[in-house]
Design a protein around this ligand. Structure first.
Ligand code: OFO
Length: 180
C-alpha cells in the first residue's frame, strides 16, 4: 500500500474531476450519436473520437490519484444534456462544456498551489495545456461553421463542413498519446 501523498481535500477534488471527465465523455458521446442520426457523419466521427479522449483523461486522473496513495472512487455520472438544436448549437454547447471544464481544472491547480502540492501542480499543467488546445479547436470549428453557413448554398457548404470536421483533430492536434 502506497503512502498517501495528497491531502484528503485534494483527493476529493481529483476524484470529482475524474468523474467530470467521464461526464465530458458522455456529453461528446451523446452529441456524436445525435450528429450521426442527423446525417452528419464527419461531425459525428469527430465527436466520437473526442469522447474517447475525454475517457483517457478520466483514466489519467484515476492513475494519478492511486499513484499518489489516494483512492480513485468510481461514482455515478450525470446524464448528458438534451440534444442540440443544430450544428451551431452543438458547437456552442461543446465550447461551453470545455470552458466549464477549464475552470474546474484551474481550481485544482489553484488548490495545488495553496497546498504547495507540486506533484499535483505539475500534473495539472498537462490539463491546463490540453484545455487551451481544446478550446482553440472548438473555437476554430465555430469559425468554420460561420463561414460555411454564409451565402446561399447553405446545404452544400454544410456538406463541406461535415467532411472537413472528420479530420478536425489534425487541425489542432490533441496530445492523445502524451505521457505524464
Ligand atoms: Fe478533458 O479535456 Fe476537454 O474537457
Amino acid at each position: 500500500m502506497k503512502t498517501k501523498r495528497i491531502s484528503t481535500k485534494m483527493e476529493k477534488a481529483l476524484n470529482e474531476q475524474m468523474t467530470r471527465e467521464a461526464f465530458q465523455a458522455q456529453v461528446y458521446l451523446s452529441y456524436a450519436s445525435w450528429a450521426e442520426v442527423s446525417g452528419f457523419a464527419g461531425i459525428s466521427a469527430f465527436l466520437f473520437k473526442h469522447s474517447q479522449e475525454e475517457r483517457q483523461h478520466m483514466f489519467k486522473f484515476l492513475e494519478f490519484i492511486n499513484d499518489r496513495g489516494g483512492r480513485a472512487k468510481i461514482a455515478a455520472i450525470d446524464a448528458p444534456p438534451a440534444d442540440p438544436k443544430d450544428i451551431q448549437d452543438c458547437l456552442q454547447k461543446t465550447l461551453q462544456h470545455e470552458i466549464d471544464n477549464s475552470k474546474s481544472i484551474d481550481a485544482i491547480v489553484n488548490l495545488a498551489l495553496e497546498e504547495k502540492d507540486w506533484a499535483t501542480f505539475n500534473f495539472g499543467q498537462w490539463f491546463v495545456r490540453e484545455q487551451i488546445e481544446e478550446e482553440t479547436l472548438v473555437n476554430n470549428l465555430l469559425d468554420k461553421y460561420q463561414l460555411a453557413a454564409r451565402g446561399n448554398e447553405k446545404t452544400a457548404n454544410l456538406y463541406d463542413l461535415d467532411r472537413d470536421m472528420s479530420a478536425a483533430p489534425q487541425d489542432a492536434p490533441i496530445p492523445r498519446d502524451a505521457k505524464l
